[in-house]
Design a protein around this ligand. Structure first.
Ligand code: NAD
Length: 486
């Protein structure tokens, strides 16, 4: 049996003690630019040591009855709710996520945990698939064919900063339930939250050598991939995803890649314009546009274009921007300073090519990494704002003359995470969405994730699936049993 240790408290130095210290991570508050803390990162030797701990502990963890893995996960779920105020404050301090949205994220994870727990037994249950009675001949006893499921072993969970509870939890919760050990590398921009998640899991009873935080930036992530791990589950950018895929290919291990998007939405001529404008403004600007499935491009049928634009702009102008610790704030700073230049460059490129600036368009002159919420019209696909992931509070809105024109523009991307259609005719929406290569399709909604449905991307948006039954089974490998009575 793996040892179930009493866990350290979130402030424990356990995760951040110098271990052959490689370099220091500076944790900066994006709203104030103040240094919160400096932390030592794990160098390759420390990563190897953590890997060895996980490798040694995993067989016993994987052999436990499922109920013994479920009970600490359920304690973790309850502690998330109990500690939400402190956890949300920490997340807001290091990412600038508005506190209300930080709370929403943390309080939505328990629903996902409930789904994983409810379906774990079903995914793990051995499946008899064939039986043949004995024949009279020697060596022809009764035959059974059975499929059982085994954990992958030691998996790496390399995570992003924009939704650390969601994108991390989609991986480490089912991975642990299925009997794997997890080497969890939080993003360097959500490191304190990563430490808090680890402390909470350990306090809940997950052994410290079964869920191990690996602290550092991309260099530490690369060192993790040098270890003989059994799978890598990555959330992040397309550029880093390519590197992960190469490393996984050389090891012949399973890569799962949840990558970026350039998600389009189309407002049909028969849409309820008020619903579409409110829904798409939220889809484009929630979490400051820093969602993998944020609405990144909007196409509007010319019949409703003017009305849509008016309501959309009113909605955006009503968003409260400011201190992310204020519960009424909807737009905080962006989480990473270099993103300000990406946003400014996309706006400048669009304006140089003939776009019209309807609001925003600039870095705000105040402490913190704030970019004014920006709406551009008269945009086209020569502009980077309609082609490259924006990942910030900037949206382009393009007028179209027909459904066919909308489909052609929506398809014009190497990404394929989600797409949305707003309109009253369900069949028309389904027909349009069926023509697009995306993992998720939305009718009269957007920027939505359900634990019951698979979360996956096409093209540059990634490989593999989280959530749904497939997102649990992805942490298992099947074994084929050919059992003949002697
Ligand atoms: P990123 O690619 O910069 O970093 C992601 C993680 O990879 C971090 O932990 C980082 O330290 C690590 N990393 C960087 N270089 C590495 C290397 N060479 N080897 C191993 N690890 C390395 O991405 P980000 O800025 O943290 O996240 C934003 C991106 O994530 C956006 O493109 C967004 O769309 C995407 N995202 C996708 C989903 C999804 O479900 N599809 C969800 C959230 C975010």
């Amino acid at each position: 049996m793996p040892t179930i240790h009493p866990a350290p408290k979130p402030s424990s130095p356990t995760y951040f003690t110098p271990r052959n210290m490689a370099d220091l991570l500076s944790i900066i508050n994006p709203a104030t630019e103040a240094l919160i803390q400096e932390l030592p990162a794990d160098n390759p030797a420390a990563v190897a040591e953590k890997y060895n701990q996980a490798r040694g502990a995993q067989p016993e963890w994987g052999a436990l009855p499922l109920a013994d893995r479920i009970s600490p996960i359920l304690r973790f779920r309850d502690l998330l709710v109990e500690r939400v105020d402190a956890l949300a404050a920490l997340l807001t301090s290091e990412t600038g996520k508005p506190i209300t949205q930080a709370r929403n994220e943390i309080l939505a994870l328990p629903g996902r945990i409930d789904f994983f727990v409810a379906h774990s037994d079903r995914v793990l249950t051995p499946e008899p698939v064939y039986a043949e009675p004995a024949h009279a001949l020697p060596g022809c006893g009764a035959l059974e064919e059975v499929i059982t499921q085994e954990p992958l072993g030691v998996v790496a969970n390399i995570s992003a900063w924009n939704y650390p509870y969601f994108v991390g939890g989609n991986v480490f919760v089912p991975a642990l339930l299925m009997g794997n050990a997890v080497l969890y590398k939080p993003s360097e921009f959500a490191t304190l939250t990563g430490g808090a998640i680890a402390a909470l899991l350990h306090e809940s009873g997950i052994p410290e050598d079964i869920f191990i935080p690996v602290i550092g930036s991309g260099m530490t992530g690369a060192a993790l991939l040098e270890q003989p791990i059994d799978g890598v589950f990555f959330t992040g950018s397309y550029a880093t995803g390519q590197k992960i895929a190469v490393a996984a290919a050389l090891k012949l291990i399973r890569p799962q890649l949840e990558l970026g998007g350039k998600d389009p939405a189309y407002v049909c001529a028969d849409a309820n314009v008020a619903v579409a404008a409110a829904g798409l403004a939220d889809g484009a600007f929630y979490n400051n546009g820093q969602s993998c499935c944020a609405v990144e491009r909007i196409y509007v049928h010319t019949d409703v274009y003017d009305e849509f634009l008016e309501v959309f702009l009113q909605t955006v102008e009503g968003f409260k921007l400011g201190d992310p610790t204020d519960p009424n704030t909807y737009l905080g700073p962006v989480s990473r300073k270099p993103q300000l230049d990406v946003l400014a460059d996309q706006v400048a490129d669009a304006l140089a090519k003939g776009a019209t600036l309807r609001c925003g368009g600039k870095i705000l002159n105040r402490p913190g990494w704030y970019f004014a919420p920006t709406v551009l019209t008269e945009v086209n696909h020569t502009m980077t704002v309609m082609q490259e992931e924006t990942f910030g509070p900037v949206i382009g809105i393009q007028r179209v003359a027909s459904d066919a024109e909308a489909v052609a523009l929506m398809q014009d991307t190497p990404y394929g995470l989600t797409a949305a259609v707003y309109g009253t005719d369900r069949q028309r929406a389904v027909d349009i969405l069926s023509q697009l290569k995306t993992g998720s399709a939305y009718w009269n909604c957007c920027d939505r994730v359900s634990p019951r449905l698979p979360w996956s991307g096409r093209g540059h948006s990634g490989l593999g699936t989280t959530l749904s039954l497939a997102g649990i089974a992805t942490f298992l490998q099947p074994r084929a049993w050919h059992l003949r009575a002697g």
